[in-house]
Write a protein that binds this ligand. Structure first.
Ligand code: PEP
Ligand code: MG
Length: 865
């Protein structure tokens, strides 16, 4: 590689082993979201300037720096993965922001041993940050680089250089606009992470629904109508880009407002940030040499599997070129599009029902592409020239996909794969008379190997429609030649729980069908035709894991104590008699939460006291002597009972939920309490009050329970506890603890109310992480308040079943974990691996971290699951 007036050479900023970005164990870098470049597994401890330049930006934490070369190229240097969380510890910058440096000058020194111990990885990234103006033109094929000497990248200005200048801001617009007036214009800065990719584009389109206006986006000398998702993506407008909007039509002003709002919305939580990937660095580069038959890739879903390789044959039929007349072909295309749309609606609904929100989002985005007017117009033009619907649709999708693939932007390339996928779906639908089911389920195209063993399914790159409906029992693992850990198929593999390896490259392509393989996604390797020794080792790992599960199950009937002897009750959450039986079978010590509203949601009348007694008695009888915490009806919010007719609320989650319902239906709770007090159980039943926010409420219900018990001559000494799920309750825990017998923390709602994120809002689902330090502070306050009065604290929200969270909860003072019955064995096993004193010592440190991600990272380091 030689430097010319048009190119810039970047030399290695560190000595070390060179890796492709795809091998970086962080999807944000691996997907090139910070730009194209290279990664280095460092052998040294000093980052030097890869070229002459000026330090444009130096992170306050000293772990990253951006250098601007004289030609304008901006070079990002980022030491290690997630090193921002080290808050500067272990890093010593050698330059200041604004300093001019020469190639080879020291920029950052770091304590390699310390950083390696505390961060996820030391792998260091060098990337071209202004990829809209500069691109990597060539890269070395050397495996190892010498600091300051090896030329690793050649960078060249693209045509778009200089084109990304922000246009001058347009004047303020009015709210109404006559149809024939000049378009209204406004410049907005794209705030959505990752720029104008599919979801913000689709959201902007959706925001205009019902408005009479047309909006065009102008960026980098190109323009795109908001009506065409494909054209919008082709703009390749990055986060932070200044995009000009032009709107005309009667509602032009409102349309400008709506679109601008969407484009200026940040959308942390998109798929690249949502799915933490446990990808190990590609061992080829990291270790230098791989044993024969071993192919390095990137792990996209963990696990290990053995099986015969089976190549996925793209089942899209070859369409006839000639049509049977434009009208017939147009009708056939419309029918096929409608059938595929119906199938996508079903796939999306099924994914939502499994709470697989990202997967549902993929199908929703495919629906938007399916309705793209530019695609349809291109296909119809071809039909008008005599082509068949299938031929026209395939050509239209291929042309758009080719345009997207040609772009440097990796996200655009991902959307190209989506278009090809849609092309296949529609071709399959066309091939079936009348459109039928849209397309055949994927599993129909997966043969079972002769001996009945599930296969390791291979493809160049799977698409979501390939995987929708995949029969988990016939596929042991998924392996791909290309793809990235955040590609949609990878996301789906994780949700299906199938081990998945991506980016295995041409070495995978050379393997024929039926090759015996080991797909080891835990170590990012595929072993082809493994020898007996490797096979035996993999088989024993698989067996060990299955045995571990069986062992957890066997030990689940014994109490669980930490290594230093602290007993933790592991209970189950239930909502029916069947759940109660499952809890007993899985070894639950008790019932930590009976959601009584689930017993009555579908009735046609409010339950009477006798109904409560009958249902709870049946559950108590099924528990074989175990105690149970029975929560009073928690109707409202997202749980609606058909028989309860209440006026609609604007914010039901903030409205008449839990015990607050008694304000308008006092009889309802009185009947339940009478019914519960009448149950005769062989072990204690305890009453739990949901949505309490101050001590007065608790005192009121305690008094009411005493009065009702006296009325029916029942035990007035029944224990009464409070759900801690409203921040007010957590903050007043010391006062509540004076009058409560116990606390049960509902982390699902506590997270919703602490983070102000609706627990039913799919776009926020990924950010609703109960390990957020603010939620942990609420839990800590609850435990402190309880301790002052010697009260027990349990957790019955989903956090209790999260293996990473268990040591944190124990460390903050929780002594009871109530989880779904199926999680009882693994939760008990997890408790037994921990030392309580160690949890107590380390958990408080986590409250000082700044994000749930930082907490999760720290948990992984302190208490690997
Ligand atoms: C919670 O909020 O954490 C909880 C356990 O209650 P629910 O999920 O039923 O609201
Ligand atoms: Mg709740």
């Amino acid at each position: 590689m030689a430097e010319t007036s048009e190119t810039l050479l970047l030399r290695a900023p560190l000595s070390g082993v060179l890796l492709p970005l795809a091998a970086v164990p962080d999807p944000v870098f691996a997907e090139g979201l910070f730009g194209d470049g290279v990664a280095i597994d460092p052998l040294g401890d000093t980052v030097v300037a890869p070229c002459d330049g000026v330090v444009l930006h130096l992170a306050a934490t000293g772990h990253a720096l951006t250098l601007q070369a004289p030609c304008g190229a901006q070079v990002l240097l980022h030491v290690g993965i997630d090193t921002v969380s080290l808050r500067g510890q272990g890093f010593a910058p050698c330059v200041a922001q604004g300093a001019a440096v020469r190639q080879g000058d020291a920029l950052i020194r770091f304590d390699a041993e310390r950083v390696a111990r505390q961060a996820r990885s030391l792998v260091t990234v060098m990337a071209v940050a202004n990829g809209n103006a500069f691109a990597v033109a060539a890269r070395t094929d050397a495996a190892v680089a010498e600091s300051g000497r090896t030329v690793v990248l050649q960078v060249r200005a693209t045509d778009a250089a200089g084109a990304a200048q922000a246009p001058a801001p347009a004047p303020q617009v009015e709210s109404t606009h006559s149809a024939d007036a000049a378009p209204l214009r406004r410049t907005v800065t794209l705030a959505c992470a990752g720029g104008l990719h599919a979801r913000p584009a689709a959201r902007a389109r959706a925001a205009m629904q019902g408005l009479e206006a047309t909006v065009t986006l102008h960026y980098g000398g190109r323009q795109a109508s908001l009506a065409s998702l494909v054209a919008l993506l082709a703009l390749a407008a990055d986060e932070g880009a200044a995009v000009e909007l032009a709107a005309s039509g009667r509602d032009a002003g409102a349309a400008l407002d709506a679109v601008a709002r969407e484009l200026q919305r940040t959308d942390a939580g998109e798929e690249h940030a949502v799915f933490p990937v446990s990808a190990a660095p590609a061992p080829a580069a990291a270790g230098g040499e791989l044993p024969p038959g071993c192919i390095a890739g990137v792990s996209a879903a963990p696990g290990i599997a053995i099986g015969p390789l089976h190549w996925w044959r793209d089942a899209a039929p070859e369409p006839d070129e000639a049509g049977r007349g434009a009208d017939a072909e147009r009708a056939a295309l419309q029918a096929a599009l409608a059938a595929v749309d119906a199938r996508l609606v079903r796939d999306s609904a099924a994914a939502s029902a499994r709470r697989a929100h990202a997967e549902a989002g993929i199908f929703a985005m495919h629906r938007a592409l399916l309705q793209d007017p530019a695609l349809l117009a291109a296909a119809e033009t071809l039909i008008d020239t005599g082509k068949s619907a299938g031929f026209a649709w395939r050509d239209a999708t291929r042309a758009e996909a080719a345009a997207l693939s040609a772009m440097a932007d990796r996200r655009a390339a991902d959307r190209a794969a989506d278009l090809i996928d849609l092309g296949k779906r529609v071709l399959r639908a066309l091939a079936r008379t009348g459109g039928g089911e849209g397309d055949a389920p994927a599993d129909a195209r997966v043969p079972v190997a002769q001996d009945g063993q599930p296969v390791v399914l291979a493809a160049d790159e799977f698409t979501p429609s390939d995987l929708s409906g995949l029969d988990r029992t016939r596929v042991a693992a998924l392996v791909m030649v290309r793809g990235g850990p955040t590609a949609h198929a990878a996301i789906m593999a994780r949700q299906l729980g199938i081990p998945c390896l991506v980016a295995l490259g041409s070495a995978l392509e050379r393997l024929p069908d039926a090759t015996p393989v080991i797909a080891d996604a835990d170590h990012a390797r595929l072993h082809a035709s493994p020898d007996q020794h490797l096979l035996a080792a993999a088989a024993s790992t698989i067996t060990l894991r299955a045995q571990q599960h069986q062992a957890d199950l066997r030990a689940a009937h014994a109490p669980a104590s930490t290594r230093d002897g602290v007993h933790i009750e592991v209970a189950a959450n239930i909502g029916s008699v069947d759940d109660a039986r499952a809890a007993v079978a899985q070894g639950a010590d008790a019932i930590g939460l009976l959601r009584t509203e689930l017993l009555f949601l579908h009735g046609d009348a409010a339950p009477a006291a006798a109904d409560h007694t009958a249902r709870c008695q049946a559950i108590a009888d099924a528990l074989e002597g175990r105690s149970a915490i029975v929560r009073t009806l928690d109707i409202g919010g997202d749980k609606d009972a058909a028989w309860l007719r209440l006026p609609a609320e604007d914010n039901p989650a903030l409205g008449l939920r839990g015990v607050r319902l008694a304000q308008v239906c006092p009889q309802l709770l009185d009947d339940q309490l009478r019914g519960l007090l009448a149950v005769r159980a062989s072990a204690p039943l305890r009453i739990l009050l949901p949505m309490v926010s101050e001590p007065g409420e608790l005192l009121h219900w305690r008094a009411r329970i005493r009065a009702l018990a006296a009325e029916i001559r029942a035990d007035a000494g029944i224990e009464v506890g409070v759900m801690i799920e409203v921040p007010a309750a957590a903050l007043l825990a010391d006062q509540l603890a004076e009058h409560a017998d116990f606390f049960s923390i509902g982390t699902n709602d506590l997270t919703q109310y602490t983070l102000a994120m609706d627990r039913c809002q799919p776009e926020l689902a990924a950010r609703m992480d109960a390990l957020h330090p603010a939620v942990l502070r609420m839990i800590a306050a609850t435990c402190e308040g309880a301790a002052r009065h010697g009260r027990r604290v349990g957790v019955c929200g989903a956090l209790a079943g999260d293996a990473l969270a268990v040591p944190v909860l124990l460390g903050l003072g929780v002594t009871e974990l109530s989880v779904d019955a199926a999680l009882v064995p693994a939760t008990k096993a997890r408790v037994r691996t921990l030392a309580h004193a160690d949890c107590r010592q380390r958990a408080p440190e986590l409250l000082r971290l700044a994000s749930a991600a930082a907490v999760r990272d720290a948990c992984r380091r302190y208490w690997p699951a």
